[in-house]
Design a protein around this ligand. Structure first.
Ligand SMILES: [Zn+2]
Length: 316
């Protein structure tokens, strides 16, 4: 997978571990290509925070079974396929409720919404299949924008609305003082390799990366690392530094007025994005577009129409 794939780089050789990693109290973590948080309600039932790629379904369910656990409820941070890939299958197989934020639930409510969100022309072959088989799914418990917690199976979990990486991304706490951070922060390892951090809305993402440092948790689970005991303030700063660096680099390109396509072309060259396939090209545009929009939103750039064509200019 390319370094600018939809979420982050993944190592295809890794599989889910067969043992749960204990984090704190009743909270554990299953670490596969995406971390799955596990909160034990009792000796046999658990709530899952995110649920990984669909191709890891058997390993996920098998690992839980080995630990004597059966899923009793699902809470999902956002609707990307590496976090939400098993929601539909788990919900149906175990007849359990799925909880998601209002915005993310809306994205997966219909074929049309998913096609619009992923950009009809921008869907990879993998996404075209997964829209029908995995992503479109009813949500039983919709977390409203004003909600600060969600209760599933009698357990109340704090909810923090931290949008930006995706439109209505949430971060979930456990009664044990563990924060399941979803994709609100990238790990240092991912930051070293990723060329352009994915954000649906760059400005909101920066605000959320600052806001997460104010959350009162002792333990963290990061989606692409698992348990994290480092300094969240330092990690958030490194995340924000990379986003701001890329914004500044991309802004300089607009010293020469450019069309949207010219901007994408120059940006790919600047950042060193490898282009091999139609899917890669479209995905890279999906990554770049929110950065271009942010430059206009924050007043760094403006757009003007000349000869029936939109050009982007750097504001002096
Ligand atoms: Zn994501």
């Amino acid at each position: 997978m390319s370094a600018v794939a939809f979420c982050v780089i993944h190592d295809k050789r890794r599989t889910l571990s067969v043992e749960l990693i204990h984090v704190s109290g009743n909270t554990d973590c299953l670490l596969g290509k995406t971390a799955v948080g596990v909160y034990r309600i009792d000796d046999t039932r658990c709530i899952l925070f995110d649920n990984g790629y669909s191709k890891e379904y058997d390993e996920l369910v098998g690992s839980l079974k080995d630990a004597g656990l059966t899923p009793a409820g699902l809470i999902v941070s956002h609707a990307h396929i590496d976090h939400h890939g098993n929601s539909k299958r788990l919900r149906e197989a175990f007849q359990i409720p799925l909880a998601m934020s209002l915005g993310e639930a809306g994205l997966i409510a219909s074929q049309a919404a998913l096609e619009r969100y992923t950009n009809y022309f921008g869907r990879s072959e993998e996404e075209k299949i997964s829209i029908d088989t995995e992503q479109r799914c009813p949500v039983d418990c919709i977390i409203q924008p004003e909600d600060t917690s969600v209760t599933l199976c009698g357990v109340t979990f704090p909810v923090h609305h931290l949008p930006g990486h995706s439109l209505d991304h949430i971060v979930i706490g456990t009664p044990d003082g563990v924060c399941f951070a979803g994709d609100a922060l990238l790990t240092e390892n991912v930051l070293r390799h990723v060329k352009l951090p994915y954000c649906d809305h760059v400005g909101l993402d920066l605000e959320s990366k600052e806001a997460i440092t104010k959350l009162p948790y002792q333990h963290w689970i990061l989606s692409h690392k698992g348990p994290f005991d480092g300094n969240i303030r330092e990690l958030a700063d490194k995340n924000m530094d990379l986003v701001r660096l890329r914004l500044a680099e991309l802004a300089k390109l607009l010293q020469r007025p450019m069309t949207r396509d010219e901007f994408y072309q120059e940006s790919r060259r600047l950042i060193g994005m490898h282009i091999g396939t139609y899917d890669q090209l479209i995905r890279q545009e999906r990554h770049l577009r929110p950065y271009l929009e942010q430059l206009v939103i924050d007043g760094t750039a403006r757009l003007e129409v000349k000869n029936d064509t939109i050009y982007f200019y750097l504001n002096e």
